[in-house]
Design a protein around this ligand. Structure first.
Ligand code: ARG
Length: 478
């Protein structure tokens, strides 16, 4: 045993006589972050110990002792009483050291036929499976809040925007449901990623498998995997499951950031469309009148972090030859950061959306400008068999005339309109009506009341189905 501590002596064994430099110890330690894998590590070890017993590599009695000891370790972890020791480098060494304290030399049998390389890869897949489910739950909670708001605002009308210029009127429910669509795709990406986390690395050893008769099917099944990894080199050295999570998280954060940006804009005096609840706003330390939208601003700001987390792991992976390289330890901090940042962002945005107050009058006033119906006017001409380009040109001239003469488009008579095209069938007042314009947009995906109501109903059903699906997956990934 080396002279630098019982744990490290155990880790490196007889090959080493000198001590590791303390700076290297600090530099290479990961326990301060990989302790997040503790419960998964114990779970993997319990499956491994049982398999060792079942295949006769250790006695049934030793296997039972190990499983029982690991159970005690798990209890300590869950109670927050596990004595994490920075000198023991990482979570795997910490748990083995504690097991040795609890059980004595029999603990030394646990690592039979196993390397920390297949161990950490297994831990990470178990962790990813759990967080893919947890993240989906968080997303669906925000979806539920948006559906609730949409249900309250089928008849609230606001301008839809392109280029941040008022473009055409839409129902507020339609606007909220756009985010529901985005978030459902986000949830789908985490579900897709989870489906590929189905091959157990255990039994791959350091990189080339093992000479021992391990039962890889046994551990894979015990941990809820479809089967053992098909290639030991791949199993210990791939991190694309983590990359998929990070990519899905980055996209999801970008979607949350867009929603946040609208909450910031809409709660400004310039828009005045919404007011965030006190619980989701903050004051200014200097200006007593201020009510600031810090929650959506921070979500928008933290999006950069999560995009950075993805970039970080992509760059870490880019130059790595097969198989395991210590660089891979750098997979964890960006991953854990993204998981927590996304989880918290979803939580606070769900609260902010659920409690925000809509100023329907302000929205309607902004949507009432007849100019927003100029496209409808061109489409009236198309219905009169005028080619669209000609109609667009004619209405463009009508609009320019109104702007130049400071006229209300809605006030033009049929005769006024005929100066621009003789196919206009009625006055602007008769042709341009906000309600009628909304109702005319009744194609699938449109903003007519009946279409929005159906979309709302369908989204609520998908929400129920997703909740049931995620509830059913609870046991497997806990
Ligand atoms: N802490 C390491 C990691 O996260 C565990 C595996 C270490 N393996 C090794 N051969 N040094 O990747």
């Amino acid at each position: 045993m080396s002279d630098t501590g019982r744990r490290r002596g155990k880790a490196w064994g007889g090959r080493f006589s000198g001590a590791t430099d303390p700076a290297v110890e600090r530099f290479s330690a990961s326990i301060h972050f990989d302790q997040a894998l503790a419960s998964h590590d114990v779970r993997g070890s319990i499956a491994h110990a049982r398999m060792l017993g079942a295949s006769g590599l250790i006695s049934a009695e030793d296997a039972d002792t190990l499983v029982e000891g690991l159970g005690r370790v798990l209890e300590e972890i869950e109670a927050g009483e596990f004595p994490f020791d920075p000198a023991a480098e990482d979570i795997h060494m910490n748990i083995e050291a504690r097991l040795t304290e609890l059980l004595g030399p029999v603990a030394g049998r646990l690592h039979t036929g196993r390397s920390r390389n297949d161990q950490v890869a297994t831990d990470l897949l178990l962790f990813l499976r759990q967080v893919c489910r947890g993240t989906q739950i968080g997303i669906w909670e925000l979806v539920a809040a948006l559906i609730e708001q949409a249900g309250d605002h089928v008849d609230t009308v606001l301008p839809g925007y392109t280029h941040l210029q008022r473009a055409q009127p839409v129902r507020l429910a339609h606007h909220w449901l756009a985010y529901v669509e985005m978030l459902e795709r986000d949830a789908g990406r985490f579900a897709d990623a989870a489906a590929r986390l189905d091959r157990a690395p255990l039994g791959s050893g350091a990189l080339a498998g093992s000479t021992l008769p391990l039962d890889r099917e046994h551990t894979a099944a015990a941990l809820g995997f479809a089967g053992p990894g098909r290639n030991s080199l791949d199993s210990v050295s791939s991190r694309d499951g983590a990359l998929e999570y990070l990519a899905a998280a980055a996209i999801c954060m970008v979607n949350l950031s867009r929603l946040s940006e609208e909450l910031v804009l809409w709660s400004s005096a310039e828009f005045g469309f919404i007011e965030l609840a006190d619980a989701y706003s903050t004051g200014s330390s200097l200006m007593p009148q201020k009510k600031n939208p810090d929650v959506p601003e921070l979500v928008r700001g933290k999006t950069g972090r999560v995009v950075g987390d993805l970039t970080s792991l992509l760059v870490t992976m880019k130059g790595l030859p097969l198989a395991y390289n210590r660089d891979l330890q750098e997979d964890k901090e960006p991953l854990f950061d993204a998981v927590v940042t996304l989880r918290d962002s979803l939580e606070v945005l769900t609260g902010a959306v659920a409690t925000l107050r809509v100023d329907g009058e302000r929205m309607r006033a902004a949507a009432r400008d007849p100019m927003l119906l100029a496209t409808d006017l061109a489409e009236v001409l198309v219905q009169e068999r005028v080619p669209f380009r000609e109609a667009h040109e004619a209405v463009g001239r009508v609009v320019a005339h109104c702007v130049e003469k400071d006229l209300d488009l809605g006030a033009l008579s049929r005769e006024d309109l005929h100066a621009f095209h003789d196919a206009f069938p009625a006055s602007a007042a008769e042709l341009l009506d906000l309600e009628r314009s909304l109702e005319a947009r009744s194609l699938p995906g449109g903003t007519a009341r009946s279409v929005v109501r159906e979309a709302l109903e369908a989204a609520a059903q998908r929400l129920d189905a997703a909740a049931a699906r995620l509830e059913a997956g609870k046991e497997e990934d806990s």
